[in-house]
Design a protein around this ligand. Structure first.
Ligand code: FA5
Length: 351
């Protein structure tokens, strides 16, 4: 039996030499130290030994068991160390590699131009007033002196969102920022109806029209409305304000012009144009004839003043509605307005 024990020890230690990974090590443990291993079988057979033999064999069997366990633990440590070494070598962190660039966002060109407009108008004493994007027909048209069926509505053929049960006052996506004029005047005049405070505000925001889309027309675009109401405001104030705006945006030598026009809510009315920088005034597919229309403007119509709570006998005012995207087109040399909302990074990354 002693020989058998020596054999078990020798075979076990030899087999351990060939173990190269955790799975093989576990298989070795089951084969050489597990319940059905030759060694354990021997332990089970000790009952049949004589009294004299039992302690001698028992001692030797325990020595073999300890030797195999110690060899197992040592091999297990070696394998763990080897695995660690391998993973350190293979997954080495090279701290000298340049980091991955995190793409940074930036402000949309439309937001950039709007912020510049807020700054310029702020310096001129205008406050920013926010009005609603979903309007009623009453505010979008009627209170601005466009009665039902007025032909001037055709210029702003539009999106009505809810008509049922609302008679002559359907809900509409606003077609211009001008309804904000009424909302602002009503809000300010309601604070002191007999002696309302003067108004000097700009109203930015999205507007929506059913439009034939081309290089300078979109169906969704933004406007920035301006409104100044007070005693003694004249058309010269309007011209001076817009000409000054153009100089602050494009420099002292910018050429501007006012063309007579018609809006039901201003009288007299004009269009405000800036010489097209894209073609140098020669005429291109963006401007048409060398000038790009930037906005409409005029003196606030007496009916509109009245609808806003201002007595037209005591107050006058001017208003304008500009297209910030058209301004950005001239400013940044963008030759098609459709680029603005296409979300094409090749366009957006240029600003
Ligand atoms: C109006 O919307 C008037 N509410 C402006 C106004 C305000 C006049 C206050 C008098 C007093 P108009 O439709 O011309 O006017 O539009 C004004 C500006 O918005 C245009 O000059 C242009 O810069 C811009 N705009 C108009 N239609 C489009 C469009 N489809 N796409 C992009 N920009 C447009």
């Amino acid at each position: 039996m002693l020989e058998k024990l020596n054999e078990i020890e020798r075979l076990g230690l030899e087999a351990l030499e060939t173990v190269r990974d955790e799975a093989a090590l576990e298989a070795w443990r089951v084969a050489h130290l597990g319940r059905s291993s030759a060694l354990m079988q021997l332990f089970n057979g000790f009952g049949q030994l004589s009294k004299e033999e039992r302690p001698v064999m028992g001692q030797r069997a325990n020595e073999v068991k300890k030797a195999l366990e110690a060899a197992f633990n040592a091999r297990s440590d070696e394998l763990r160390q080897a695995a660690l070494k391998r993973s350190i070598e293979q997954e080495r962190l090279d701290v000298t590699l340049p980091g991955r660039r995190v793409p940074l966002g930036r402000l949309h060109p439309d937001t950039q131009i709007l912020r510049e407009l807020y700054r310029i108008f702020g310096e001129m004493g205008f406050q920013v007033y926010c009005s609603r994007e979903v309007e009623s027909d009453e505010y979008n048209f009627q209170l601005l002196n466009f009665p039902i069926g007025h032909p001037a509505r055709d210029m702003q053929d539009t999106y009505f969102v809810e008509s049922e049960g609302r008679g002559d006052n359907p809900i509409v996506l606003r077609t211009h920022t001008s309804p904000g004029q009424i909302r602002a005047m009503r809000e300010i005049s309601s604070r002191n109806p007999h002696n309302p405070a003067p108004v000097r505000i700009v109203l930015p925001g999205m507007v929506y029209r059913y439009e034939q889309v081309d290089a300078r027309h979109e169906t969704q675009f933004d406007q920035i409305e301006g409104l100044a109401v007070g005693p003694g405001i004249t058309f010269s104030d309007l011209k001076g304000t817009l000409a000054d705006l153009a100089r602050r945006l494009f420099g002292q030598n910018v050429r501007t012009r006012f063309r007579a026009s018609f809006f039901p809510f201003t009288e007299p009315s004009a269009e405000f144009d800036i010489e097209c920088f894209l073609c140098g005034g020669k005429g291109c597919n963006v401007c048409g004839g060398g000038w790009l229309e930037i906005g409409g403007c005029g003196m606030v119509h007496p009916v509109v003043l009245q609808n806003g709570g201002y007595d037209p006998e005591r107050y006058t005012g001017f208003a304008f509605g500009l297209g910030p995207q058209r301004i950005a087109m001239l400013r940044y040399g963008i030759n098609d307005i459709r680029y603005f909302w296409e979300n094409d990074l090749r366009f957006l990354e240029q600003f």
